[in-house]
Design a protein around this ligand. Sequence first.
Ligand SMILES: Cc1cc2nc3c(=O)[nH]c(=O)nc-3n(C[C@H](O)[C@H](O)[C@H](O)COP(=O)(O)OP(=O)(O)OC[C@H]3O[C@@H](n4cnc5c(N)ncnc54)[C@H](O)[C@@H]3O)c2cc1C
Length: 393
Amino acid sequence: MAHQMTVNNAMAHTSTYNYPKPNPKIAIIGGGLSGLLTATLLERAFAEQEPQTCTPKITIFEKSRSVGRLATRYRTDEHTNKQWQWAFGAQFFTAKTDAFSAFITPWLKAGVIQPWCAHVVELTPNSEYQSPDIRKKEQWDSQHARYISTPKMTSWGRALAAELQHTTLKFKTHVAPLIQTKVAIDTQTELFDDTGASLGHFDWVICTVPAAQAINLLAKSGFDKLAQIRQPQMQACYTLMLGWDSAEQLPNVLRDDSLPIWDVAYLNESVLDRIFIEHHKPAHGELLPSITIHARNDWSEVNVDEDIETVQTQLLAAAQQVLQWKNRTAPSQIDIHRWRYAATLTTEQPLGIAVDNSRQWIVSGDWCGQGNIESCYQMAVETIQILMNAYKN
Ligand SMILES: Cc1cc2nc3c(=O)[nH]c(=O)nc-3n(C[C@H](O)[C@H](O)[C@H](O)COP(=O)(O)OP(=O)(O)OC[C@H]3O[C@@H](n4cnc5c(N)ncnc54)[C@H](O)[C@@H]3O)c2cc1C
């Protein structure tokens, strides 16, 4: 029988509630790629156990309606019914390890993931009236492939979610901070949402939210690796999304045949960091001209609490200096997004996941690794090793 407890504030509680070990109840906080990959690998690992004695019951709690920093925004032109589309979080990902390459192969075969052999240039803005310097940098190829998810950057996350069999995804559920508790043998953790409503008791809690949010969730919990998770630092990123009504209306820098062909530009001497041409991506040819621009992380971090309209004005001025639009070639669609926690300041030796064995809590996420999508997979692998050790027959 579950403990009855009075909840004054939203909080989580570890009780001495005994549970049948065979079918572990596992909570994953955060429905980004780390959460989804953890659930996928957990289901596979339990299914492969010999003899198969347990089936996990996994619940992913996600405060928003989508899959984290793999994000797509789109708008439809009411006249043509065509779309502008922007991957305004991660633009692409690598698969440098054999394990991750093998893992993504089925989705590559299905076309949900596709390599992007983009032409990459370095772009240095000039004065207001002079085109920028554009120098060829590289072309991404199959040897050092960059991958995207199609038709949208969110598609792979949604495909992963759709294949889960023992996992319930609870969107729009904001998990509240966990509180200090005594550790007991055979513990379960009761989680609560931010209204104080119970989300259930769990044998293991895996937290996959960005670093600052993980600290916020665990600061008063007694989590014994708090010092470890305070180490990595994350920086913000502002993302500008621009759209034009037709290719003819694009400024010259984006359509002049005498300039080097480019799909991705790395910028010098600008508050802008990278420009991505969305309608050049594989399986994106039907889009109306759509450009995504990430501002530099250091600039974004300094300006993270600035009024968003002021930031948009500054970034638009920087974009206009680079892309050189005039009235006739100005974008018809303009949008901006502020990522408070976008990029991890990487160190040579990533932390890896943080495990509190006595409470059966694990803190994971891309920032425990190199801060990219491949790290989500690597951290999921580390998490599964800990859990499968605990459930070894
Ligand atoms: C602008 C930008 C550009 C990037 N570019 C690249 C790139 O080119 N290549 C690359 O590999 N990676 C890139 N990344 C990084 C990549 O997006 C991340 O590595 C990856 O998406 C992280 O996934 P995650 O699941 O660890 O975290 P997230 O995607 O952040 O997922 C965590 C989830 O937890 C949820 N959450 C937070 N708190 C709570 C709570 N209390 N209760 C419930 N849910 C909660 C959040 O809503 C979020 O959905 C980029 C990221 C950004 C923002």
